[in-house]
Design a protein around this ligand. Structure first.
Ligand code: XMP
Length: 512
């Protein structure tokens, strides 16, 4: 296994993904972690990430010395490379000329991480993002690659198996970067690369059995990928000691509630309590137009209803959640300052304490795409595993302004048409998330020969890797024309269709 020490780079999670894609398990610790935890991790190799700091900055983070004393290979990336030089006896200087973006690496010598990949003389596109630069190497190191503005773009000490690169091998703009990381883990550190989803599944099942024993587990199902995969995995581990609870808040898309029930209860034979609480939710949301009040109301009611249903399951001791690795990684921040709440995300936080339940979180080591791979390993249908994310508060935040059953019905019909066309065009899987928003505006149109006065809707489709940033999807005009015609013709209540061309930032993905 590999340990990645995070110095605050925005790419640290990408390093972890690349390492895992190469079949090697890895975790990320913040660079400020207690050094004993680094030793206890039992790493076969260490990677020091990049970071925004300068090694000269006051209080700039250092690598704990244990990193260089474990006798395992170490790869420093960008800031990580500068730290290695700084801490092992070399010299780093602030540079006037910064190098950002595309650069060319000229390979000048062989070394472990270049083995079979880059021969001397190779000129390789790489992606740089740095200010300071290495000026003199620590004892034992030699230069193996240079670039325009970085005479020490790649350095190596094959004896101690320490390597440093000024560029970022983890980003796609360094086309052979993943192979370079593979060389580090496979050839230099000698790892077999046999961490697969099949292996993970077996381990996860064993761990669930060990944690739960003969106890009862409750799992909240939403119909989304994460809770579905968690439920099926846990069911495979402990069978009917698991009961799922599905709360229908009346804010789901067309047919969604029935789909969840028929799939889990009928196809998978998982004990399932389904509660239709739509009257309660829609009643309390009546007249509410403030997005934060909507979110908080839904969150509060959800917890109440969930608890009511869960209380019916006698002797439950565990609550299963589909928590993912990005929610768990302890982050380091050098920018300081309080972060602002953009939206209060609705989840079941607070429930375990209130119900005195212990958490079972079998996905907490996985990234989203790995959860999908695990779902496939468990035999879940592609239609479920490849689903777009859907927010906890559901359609409530896709109807800006006040919510009524009528508006929800109109929105469901438009959304179903939009998604149907996206699937037919073969675009569903290249889009991160697509949905329709019902605008609180009515506009004048002509339908048939008559005047119409109906709602306008907005179509949203974005690409993203993690939902943190997003680009709107550049549909062909012909596609937009088709969707617009179908919605305006087939949905009573909508006579105007618009396409949202805002990226995130400055927009967010959802409208509320
Ligand atoms: P925004 O709108 O903040 O959304 O750009 C980023 C991602 O998060 C989803 N989202 C939510 N998910 N509960 C959730 O479980 C929420 O309250 C919530 N709000 C937004 C959104 O759909 C997108 O994928």
């Amino acid at each position: 296994r590999v340990l990645i020490l995070d110095f605050g780079s925005q790419f640290t999670q990408l390093i972890a993904r690349r390492v895992r894609e190469n079949g090697v398990y890895c975790e990320i610790y913040p660079c400020t972690v207690d050094p004993s935890r680094i030793a206890d991790f039992g790493a076969d190799a260490l990677i020091l990430s990049g970071g925004p700091a300068s090694v000269f900055g006051e209080g700039s983070p250092q690598a704990p010395t244990v990193v260089f004393e474990l006798g395992v290979p170490v790869l420093g990336i960008c800031y990580g490379q500068q730290l290695m030089c700084h801490q092992l006896g070399g010299r780093v200087d602030p540079s006037d000329e910064q190098e950002f973006g595309r650069a060319e690496l000229t390979v000048t010598d062989d070394c472990g991480i270049f083995d079979g990949l880059f021969a001397p003389g190779t000129i390789e596109p790489v992606w740089m993002n740095h200010g300071d630069r290495v000026m003199a190497l620590p004892p034992g190191f030699r230069v193996v690659g240079t670039s325009g503005n970085a005479p020490f773009a790649a350095i190596a000490d094959d004896e101690r198996r320490f390597y440093g690169v000024q560029f970022h091998p983890e980003v796609v703009h360094t086309p052979r970067g993943a192979q370079l990381l593979r060389n580090f883990t496979h050839k230099v550190a000698g790892l077999a690369g046999d961490w697969t989803m099949a292996a993970f599944k077996d381990q996860a099942i064993a761990r669930i059995r060990e944690q739960v024993g003969d106890g009862r587990v409750i799992c909240g199902l939403s119909g989304g990928v994460d809770s579905s995969v968690a439920a099926v995995l846990i069911h495979e581990a402990i069978g009917d000691q698991l009961t799922c609870v599905f709360v229908d808040h009346g804010l789901l898309r067309a047919g969604e509630g029935d789909e969840v029930v028929s799939m889990f209860r009928d196809a998978y034979n998982i004990p399932l309590i389904a509660r239709d609480a739509s009257d309660l939710f829609l009643g309390e949301l009546d007249g509410v137009d403030d997005p934060e009040v909507k979110r908080k109301t839904i969150g509060r009611l959800f917890i109440d209803v969930f608890q009511e249903e869960a209380d019916k399951i006698k002797d439950a001791r565990f609550l299963a959640q589909g928590t993912l690795y990005p929610d768990v990684i302890e982050s380091v921040s050098f920018t300081g300052g309080p972060s602002v709440t953009i939206k209060s995300h609705h989840n079941v936080g607070g429930l375990p304490e209130r119900m005195n339940l212990q958490l079972v979180e079998p996905l907490r080591e996985l990234f989203k795409d790995e959860v999908r791979a695990l779902g496939r390993e468990l035999g879940l249908p592609e239609r479920l595993v490849g689903r777009h994310p859907f927010p906890g508060p559901g359609l409530a935040i896709r109807v800006p302004g006040t919510i009524t059953r009528e508006k929800l019905d109109i929105l469901r019909k438009a959304d179903a048409i939009y998604i149907d066309e996206i699937r037919k065009a073969g675009l569903y899987d290249v889009i991160w998330q697509a949905f329709t928003v019902l605008l609180p505006v009515r506009t004048v149109g002509v339908k048939g020969d008559a005047r119409s006065y109906e709602y306008a809707c907005a179509l949203r489709a974005v690409t993203s890797t993690d939902g943190m940033t997003a680009e709107y999807y550049p549909f062909e005009h012909e596609f937009l024309r088709r969707v617009s015609t179908r919605i305006a013709n087939e949905v009573r209540g909508i006579n105007r269709v618009t396409y949202d061309i805002t990226s995130k930032p400055p927009g967010t993905i959802e409208w509320e």
